[in-house]
Ligand binder design. Sequence first.
Ligand SMILES: [Zn+2]
Length: 565
Amino acid sequence: LRWWERDEDGGRCRYERELEALLRAGRDPRPDADPVSGLLRIHVRATLRGQVHTLTIVYPHRFPYFRFEIFASPSLAYRRHQSPDSGALCVLDQGGANWSPSMLAADVLDEQLRKLEAANDASGPYAGEVPAPEPVSMYFDYANDSLLILPREAYAIPADHARGRMIVALTSMAPLRGFVERVDEAAATLPDLSRALPLRERIACDWVRVPAPTSGNPRTVAAALAASGHLRRPMATSSRAPFDVVALLFEEEVEYRDVMGPGWAVLVRRPTPQGWVAELIRTEWYEPQTQAARIAPIAALSTMTVVQFGCGGLGAPAAHLLAQSRLGRLRLVDGDRFILGNAVRAPQGWAFAGFAKVDALRALIQANYPETQVDAFGWFVGRSVSAETGVPVPDEDALIDAVFAGADLVLDATADIGVQQFLAAECRKRGLRYVMVEATPGGFGGIVAIVHPDRAKPCWLCLQLAIEEQLVRPPLDAGAGMLQLQGCSTPTFTGAAFDLIPLSALAVRLVALALCASETYPLPAWDVAVLSNREGDDGVVGMTPRWSFLQLQVNPRCTEDHSGV
Ligand SMILES: [Zn+2]
């Protein structure tokens, strides 16, 4: 049964209530069901701008969980809150926040049409209007999956400059995808996108300043601009890009309310046996400040260098998070190879099997987070000679100096106590903060800790003594934690990604806090966080996960120099 054929709880039919309310409001409702889409529509009368109009209420299939849409004739031509092509009126804000299933269309119409009239009165805004700009480009009917990345240079073209040339790097022809390398003579300040978006074809095309399109339909836009003399006849760009590309620059509302600024769309015309078909290509601007604004407290990470040792089940998600946090430079150190089985705990999946782990992560990050520079060092710390091949690695002392050069912090995800001891000592010597993360067998729990280089503060050995004294004691699966899989190799770790990722996430959070600490974003008071994914070593899940936090003390048994305490 469709919604209008069903009774609501209490026995009344929602459809009858909708219709009665519209009748009572004098809206002369005339329903019809569209046999193709199965949607119920009710046409109603409304007085807008002093004239009687017919509006169409279209109810969704899953009404009243979801709200209806209201359409008016596009000729009503409201400048605000109306789609120029479909005529849809924006009467309730996007999403379900302002919708309640008990609301009747008749009531919504009464209240919202009054607001629409006020909003489209030059004297607006009306009280309660959401302060959102309405750029005309938001109503464009864009080609699916297409995108052209524009640098900020494209938004700084002087107003009297009416047309010019662009160099566009195309990474895909259909859907059209790519980025703008030059605007007129200005080179774009984009991060290195060549690995993220491998070049298929570099083209030169026109850009033209045009009046703001009054339609989002590509065919209508192309016809109107051709008629007004803004477009030349289409011509294939090159034999490898056999279509015409022209970038359109226009004024649109960029800030609420009536703050105008440059907007861009790209018109592509492709030849067919019947003539040329038009497409509009979505554009998005790249500007480092805009990217940073979403993660303002940690924006300074973009100038920092983190050295990360270990790219396994904890390290790989950590590296992914650091790249998402727009870290400036990430040095990855791990000698291991990525195998199919690692996909259960890594953001990189089967496509990367067989790669060195550092190379797999570098490829993943360069392809998706090109603002982060990745240096990959494929060696196992402490193994100066390969056991398999007998080949010595290049001078390890030199490698250590190279990875530590200019580092702001070290993240240790090796979970190897020998490596931890060495790295913690090296950090203390070099005055660097050291963050470590490790998980217990079975993924039953784990710890995240920070060690500061100050002599007066507890050191890595103090942490080890606290672990020995069971002050720090996450649960562990003593039996089945390590699984010896077929073949001659070291036993592999067991544990699910969702039990381990919280450890990686807290470690990266600690890195961000340590590097960006401020008055409003201070370092936490704890040095060690202990995660329990089980109640105890017997594996009872109970009321977990649970974190506990500890402020480390200098251990009286510690043999490190803590003079000055
Ligand atoms: Zn100590």
